[in-house]
Design a protein. Structure first.
Length: 563
């Protein structure tokens, strides 16, 4: 730092010397000596002016920074109801914030004082120096310029006189008339007289300024010192005020007792808990709907659901709720409150017939759509028009009893149920055909010809029956969509199901809780005999040697009776 200052001082001192202050022979112009000295005083004043302007800027910056500290103090407290208003930490922070504002005002006032007193007075000193330098340059400088011109003219005349005298003494040649030593002497005498008068005027002016210089410099120094003293006095005053504010802040921070706030809070009812109060019991939890029937699962357990590509079964934990949902979870962890990954709404699903006990796999089918998890998913499905076809989901249990337990409960909640129908040959009674076939046989005792005709065994006609008899309403298209979540059926299992359906026995009477079965009938013929069969029996007689089978042991009910 000192080297920088020394270089700066040297640079200023070099520039402080006037470029024309030194003349030939080392003579210095007296007016330049005065102006150079006054310029240096001006540099001193300018340096101090910048110095105090910097101090004022520091005070203003400190004021802004101090004022910004108010934003860090947040009062009143967000939890103010738990703290004291007066005599507590809220009051302390209010005091700190207010005193910080006063502290910022003191710094700002000091900066304004420096600008209005010290800086302004130094600017006045600098203006006074400029005016004095201008006066010296205007008077003494002008005279010094004239003196230099007269000196140059005198030197020219003296050179001409010396040249004429040299020619007169050492040569007989004729000289020019204007170079006559006589004339040159007169010119030199006149010029030197004029120069002397100018020299005397310059000397008088310089002496007058020199006589004023001590007093002027003294006044300049006094004014600079007065300006600096104003700063010291203002600084001392503000320092005392700032110290008083800082002491007030420190006293406020130490004013509150460390236990005052907690004593106030603990005195309020309900703030603290009685240490002797009993702990809460998890088993005593009670809330509205705790034991509502809809909150209790109808059945829980493990089932296997078939996947699409691998044709393999994956075991998961299933819950059947009273709302009609069959939920699938990965585990049976009761703490798992996440939404199920897979759900079926049974009132919108069809339940297939359960497998027989003799089957290799204890499984059943549920046809329907997977339940949507949100209204957004429902809107997307409706917009994109997919998910309308029902999908067959295949479930398998470990035992036949377990499967029937699930199936019976699902049957109560499902939309409809598909049951297996026996593929058999129904017997259709026809009195005309029976009379023709039994011609020549004696009727049993106590039975008339008409009665024997009606009770005679009828010609059996094989009516093809479908594999499954479904009570799904007409026109509804149920289709299995073989995707990963549907769990379709493999080719081997499909063939096994077809064989079971072809050899299935007659459908038993519906048990309690199951839906009634509707058997097929011929439309418009309650007797169960088609028009084509009637025509074949009346037009064509039996072939001899191949009697029709006769069954007199029982009256086989017709399809309409079964229905």
């Amino acid at each position: 730092m000192s080297s920088l200052l020394s270089r700066a001082t040297t640079k200023k001192s070099n520039h402080g010397v006037h470029p024309e202050s030194k003349k030939v022979g080392g003579e210095i112009r007296p007016d330049y000596a005065l102006t150079d000295r006054l310029n240096q005083w001006k540099h001193v004043t300018k340096s101090l002016l910048h110095y105090y302007q910097g101090l004022a800027a520091i005070e203003h910056t400190t004021s802004k920074s101090t004022l910004a500290l108010q934003e860090t103090i947040q009062v009143p407290f967000h939890e103010g109801h738990q703290f004291l208003g007066e005599g507590g930490w809220q009051e302390v922070l209010y005091s700190v914030r207010d005193q910080t504002k006063i502290l910022a005002d003191h710094h700002s006032a000091l900066g304004n004082t420096i600008e209005k007193t010290v800086v302004k007075e130094l600017e006045g000193v600098r203006s006074e120096l400029k005016a004095h330098i201008t006066a010296i340059e205007k008077e003494a400088g002008a005279l010094a310029d004239e003196v230099e011109k007269e000196r140059a003219t005198s030197a020219s005349h003296l050179t001409q006189l010396s040249s004429g005298l040299d020619t007169f003494d050492n040569s007989s040649e004729q000289m020019l008339p204007q170079h006559d030593p006589y004339l040159s002497h007169i010119a030199v005498s006149k010029q030197l007289h004029k120069q002397v008068l100018k020299e005397n005027d310059l000397q008088a002016s310089i002496i007058r300024f020199q006589q004023q210089q001590p007093t002027f410099e003294e006044n300049i120094a006094k004014q600079i010192q007065s300006a600096c003293r104003l700063y010291d006095e203002a600084k001392a005053t503000k320092v005392k005020e700032i110290e008083a504010v800082e002491k007030e802040i420190a006293a406020a921070l130490q004013r509150v007792s460390p236990t005052a706030e907690y004593e106030y809070a603990s005195s309020k009812p309900g703030f603290t808990i009685d240490p002797n109060s009993p702990a809460r019991d998890v088993n005593a939890i009670s809330f509205p709907g705790l034991n509502h029937p809809a909150t209790q699962a109808i059945k829980e357990g493990y089932l296997e659901r078939k996947k699409r590509f691998t044709k393999s079964y994956k075991e998961s934990f299933y819950i059947l709720s009273p709302s009609g949902y069959l939920h699938e979870r990965r585990t049976n962890d009761p703490a798992n409150t996440n939404a199920p990954g897979f759900s079926l709404f049974l009132p919108e699903c069809s339940l297939g017939a359960p497998a027989k006990e003799s089957d290799k796999s204890h499984k059943f089918h549920v046809e329907g759509n997977k339940a949507v998890k949100s209204s957004f998913e429902s809107k997307v499905k409706n917009t994109l028009r997919f998910g309308g076809k029902e999908i067959a989901y295949t479930f398998r249990a470990r035992t036949h009893t377990e499967m029937l337990g699930w199936w019976e409960l699902l049957d109560k909640l499902s939309r409809d149920t598909k049951t297996a129908v026996e593929s058999r040959t129904p017997v259709v009674g026809n009195p005309i055909a029976a009379a023709v076939a039994n011609v020549g046989y004696a009727a049993p005792e106590g039975t008339s010809v008409a009665e024997s005709t009606t009770t005679a065994p009828a010609i059996t006609t094989e009516v093809p029956s479908g594999e499954l008899h479904d009570t799904v309403p007409a026109g509804e298209n149920v289709e299995e969509e073989d995707d990963e979540e549907s769990g379709g059926s493999s080719a081997e299992e499909e063939e096994e199901e077809m064989a079971e359906a072809r050899t299935a026995p007659s459908t038993p009477a519906p048990s309690e809780g199951q839906k009634a079965e509707v058997l097929p009938t011929y439309a418009g013929n309650p007797g169960g005999v088609s028009t084509a069969e009637k025509a074949a029996l009346t037009e064509k007689g039996p072939v001899l040697g191949e009697p029709l089978p006769v069954n007199t042991s029982e009256n086989i009910p017709t399809a309409s009776t079964s229905a």
